[in-house]
Unconditional design. Sequence first.
Length: 157
Amino acid sequence: MSKDADDPLQNTSETPGIILKDSWSIRPCSVYKDEYDDCTSIKARFHQYFIYGESVDCSQWKKDYDNCERYVNSNGNDVLAGEAVVRSEAERRQKRMEAYYGNNTWKKRDNPPEDWSKPLPEWLTKKNENTFLELKQMELDGRKPVEEINKSYCAIM
């Protein structure tokens, strides 16, 4: 399959009559195939059994792959297949964000704290003295000239 066939937004021969809402969320079809293959591999099945005590249902990845292929091969004219993939992506995103929305322990911020860029505490600056990171930061800040490395790459065979 070519790269153009993987991109659901590439319409080469025809322009679709209906522009699919949220078509940006459709991944390249090869991603759905890779996810399905990974989900059904022996390594993944062992991991699923170890974590969940049973195998996970991977059929949604296969359905998404089939629908993506139908949508791409029809140059975006098979709107039902495209909508099915978009709906599946929305459900997947919603499931991934459930813990975030359900979190009532931490207060969600609208902007960063006022003192987010304050200097590091003294004990931490002492700990970082003469480290590679400090030397590189000094070079970036211009407090120390950049050290030129003169290496010889001569190899005798």
